[in-house]
Design a protein. Structure first.
Length: 209
């Protein structure tokens, strides 16, 4: 699936139950409750594939590396003041985690489309292996990304459950995300792998038999 505000709110409530009491949030820095919150956050982020670093001040940094050195910074602070509000600092962080999940789904679509381009579109690809290669790629992508976002790499994958569950929230994101990943993979593969002047309409092996 895509961005899920309901999941973010549920996780905020989960953190509240884990690290708060009747007086409010108790995630004061350098306390056991603060460390418990950091471990909880770590477990939420790990499935996205982001790398964790802890600086000298004890701040957690989660990075999902890409091809560019440019960065987009999202987040807040997991600690709170004594008896703080249930959204104190953590709202921005969990919103950022949800964005990471969305990016992970675009990457999953990218990987799947890259495999399709390699064996089914590339004139030099081994089309006889297309079904197996695409199936294996899809299987691994689902295993990797389903715990993160539901692995909705195809808008049709979202549409079926939406009809059954009558859940149409964020429908634009569910459709646009996979399309972006697919178009990006197709464009990059065509420009990087399939050299236009070397394209052939038929491989020698296709003329046999």
């Amino acid at each position: 699936m895509g961005l899920s505000p309901h999941r973010t709110v549920a996780e905020l409530r989960e953190l509240q139950e884990l690290t708060g009491n009747e007086n409010g949030a108790q995630r004061v820095a350098w306390t056991e409750t603060w460390e418990r919150a950091r471990q909880w956050l770590r477990e939420k982020v790990v499935p996205t594939g982001a790398d964790e670093e802890i600086d000298q001040a004890g701040n957690q940094w989660f990075t999902l590396p890409g091809a560019s050195e440019r960065a987009l910074l999202l987040g807040g602070h997991i600690d709170s003041v004594p008896n703080g509000g249930w959204l104190d600092g953590c709202l921005n962080i969990l919103a950022g985690v949800e964005v990471l999940r969305r990016i992970a789904e675009i990457l999953g679509t990218f990987v799947l489309m890259w495999a399709i381009m390699g064996v089914a579109v590339n004139p030099r690809g081994q089309r006889d292996w297309a079904g197996l290669v695409i199936g294996i790629t899809l299987g691994f992508a689902v295993m990797a990304f389903a715990p993160i976002s539901g692995a909705g790499f195809n808008p049709a994958r979202w549409f079926g459950p939406a009809v059954v569950g009558s859940e149409w929230g964020n429908w634009l994101i569910y459709i646009v995300g996979p399309i972006i990943g697919g178009l990006l993979a197709g464009f990059v593969y065509d420009r990087v792998v399939i050299v236009p002047e070397n394209k052939v309409t038929k491989r020698p092996i296709d003329t046999l038999g």
